[in-house]
Write a protein that binds this ligand. Structure first.
Ligand code: DC
Length: 230
């Protein structure tokens, strides 16, 4: 492994291939992988369980004071712990998916999660995926990528993911849900989904996972070389 430990930011809209790419890139580099969307999903599960309305910012701010979200590195996907409970599967359910955009748009929720993400990335050697990593969480990240893909490819991927979990969903409904979530995530006032000016755009529509990973790893190695030479 290269002695330099970088921060790698992978942002992009829903189902653009961030999670698989981030996980495999982290594996190749021997870095840790942080799925920040999973962190917002865990908080959303807590809000739903508490019965607090997602627009009750003050109550949610208080709830955040007693909320702990942790990621434990696993073999396939990292385990997500909410106050010590493994909620890895629960946070992928339709209710959380429907509510997560609203909950993650709240200032106190973002403040708490961004604090945690910065602390995880303090020493580098990390691949973080999300919506605002290259713009807000780590604006000085050495490598930034912005993954995009056509809506058909994204909806098909999501459908396959759900099928693996035993959930049937229609393609058109998934397209609507993905587009709606993207619209909400990119138009919110706090840390909207946006490409950082210095991020490299990777269109994953017609690329295999291996190609995506190779492209990202290659760029990271080039950055390391350039840093060594300077
Ligand atoms: O990546 P995902 O689909 O699991 O993310 C779920 C939601 O979390 C997404 O719709 C917006 C929010 N999110 C965010 O606001 N900021 C991030 N860095 C990551 C996710």
């Amino acid at each position: 492994m290269h002695p330099r430990k970088l921060v790698i930011a992978i942002d992009g809209p829903a189902a653009s291939g961030k999670s698989t790419t981030a996980r495999l890139v982290a594996e190749r580099l021997g870095y840790i992988h942080v799925d920040t969307g999973a962190m917002y999903r865990a908080v959303t599960l807590k809000v739903l369980r508490s019965g607090i309305e997602p627009d009750n910012v003050e109550a949610i701010a208080r709830l955040m004071d007693t909320t702990r979200v942790q990621l434990r590195q696993g073999n396939t996907q990292p385990a997500v712990l909410l106050d010590g409970e493994d909620v890895t599967d629960l946070i992928r359910g339709p209710e959380v998916t429907r509510a997560v955009s609203a909950v993650s748009s709240l200032g106190p929720v973002r403040a708490a999660m961004v604090r945690e993400q910065r602390s995880l990335g303090r020493e580098g050697g990390i691949v973080l995926e999300g919506r605002d990593i290259g713009t807000v969480v780590f604006p000085d990240a050495e490598c930034k990528f912005f993954l995009i893909a056509g809506i058909d490819a994204r909806a098909r991927r999501r459908m396959e993911e759900l099928r693996m979990q035993g959930v049937q969903a229609g393609l058109n409904q998934l397209k609507r849900e993905i587009e709606e979530r993207d619209r909400f995530d990119s138009t919110r006032p706090e840390s909207p989904l946006r490409k950082a000016a210095d991020a490299i755009v990777v269109d994953t529509s017609d690329r295999s996972i291996e190609e995506q990973v190779e492209l990202v790893v290659e760029r990271v190695r080039e950055t390391m070389k350039a840093m060594d030479a300077s």
